[in-house]
Ligand binder design. Structure first.
Ligand code: NAD
Length: 301
């Protein structure tokens, strides 16, 4: 009989990830989200869904969480009504949400106290990679054996499963990566909007950058200018993708971590202020590449 995996959080990322796990992994996946519309949408796609998270606790002993931030992860897993209490002992909880490494370590320690196993395994790659099953996972497992157990499951949703070798280290890798991404997206958006105003076609400029030294993920895979690439949020009204409010959250995590480590991150802090302004402009649920549109229309000031 197929092993049962409980999947919690069917948002922009979790939805396609859960579908891949069910279709390619040979697991029986049962999914839960507090948003009933998401449940309906993925049930239509053939995913088994439930409206009560305690059903998962009874049926599964492996779980994946893909939730906005640490307070959501903590409320689903910890506390009297959390899955740590309600599910069988020694269950495996893989959390792929981006949360602070302090929260990840705390949840890991709390899991241990109640004989559960918690691993931070955040992802990178965006909705495109979530859909294609080619995500990069950064796994903070305490042993090689546990890493392998996680990899056996995660490989159906990702292509690169990286061993970060200790609890919390997956979350450290993720916030450092996303600080670079947050800065890089603004840099690419500034360059292409400047080029457009100076009279060069963004498609031409982007293709030059992609064979020149300005090349990066934001120029090549996730270009912020509408029409340069198909199937990216920029070409779909900046819908879906990675919400500005989530990028702001990640840069907040990086800023907090930098303070604790006495690390100097001037551009990370500046990027955080810029995404804060996008949220204040009411663009919180729009994809973070919308910085291009805001710069092009001089709306940042
Ligand atoms: P999202 O906001 O689209 O989805 C989050 C989902 O969690 C929603 O469907 C929401 O209803 C659900 N949810 C919230 N509280 C819940 C609860 N208590 N129980 C069950 N479901 C609950 O977010 P997303 O873009 O899918 O991102 C999820 C996580 O992955 C975030 O931490 C984000 O930073 C990270 N991430 C996102 C991307 C991306 O490109 N979108 C890439 C890498 C990592």
């Amino acid at each position: 009989r197929a092993e049962t995996v409980g999947f919690i959080g069917l948002g922009n990322m979790g939805g396609p990830m859960a579908l891949n796990l069910a279709r390619k992994g040979g697991y029986e996946v049962i999914a839960f989200d507090i948003n009933k519309d998401s449940l309906k949408k993925y049930a239509k796609d053939g995913l088994a869904v439930c409206e009560d998270v305690s059903v998962l606790a009874r049926k599964a002993n492996k779980f994946v969480t893909m939730l906005p931030n640490s307070s959501h992860v903590s409320s689903v897993l910890e506390g009297e009504n959390g899955l740590f209490q309600k599910s069988a002992k020694n269950s495996l909880f893989i959390d792929s949400s981006t949360i602070s490494y302090h929260s990840a370590i705390k949840i890991y320690e709390n899991a241990k106290k109640v004989s559960q196993r918690y691993v931070d395994a955040p992802v990178s790659g965006g909705v495109g990679a979530a859909t294609a099953g080619t995500l990069t996972f950064m796994v903070g497992a305490e042993s090689k054996e546990l890493f392998q157990e996680c990899k056996n499951l995660l490989q159906h949703m990702g292509k690169n499963i990286a061993n970060c070798e200790k609890p919390g280290a997956g979350s450290i890798a993720k916030i450092c990566n996303n600080m670079a991404l947050g800065i890089e997206m603004i840099a690419v958006a500034e360059a292409i909007s400047l080029g457009k105003k100076l009279g060069i076609d963004p498609k031409v400029l982007s293709s030059i950058m992609n064979t020149a030294s300005g090349r990066c993920w934001s120029s090549e895979v996730y270009n912020p200018c509408p029409g340069v690439l198909e199937n990216v949020p920029a070409s779909k009204g900046y819908e879906g993708g990675f919400a500005c409010e989530l990028m702001l959250k990640d840069l907040g995590l990086a800023a907090d971590a930098a303070k604790q480590a006495a690390a100097d991150v001037p551009l990370g802090n500046h990027a955080k202020d810029i995404y804060q302004k996008l949220v204040e402009l009411g663009l919180n649920r729009k994809d973070f590449a919308i910085i291009y549109d805001v710069l092009l229309n001089n709306k940042l000031k």
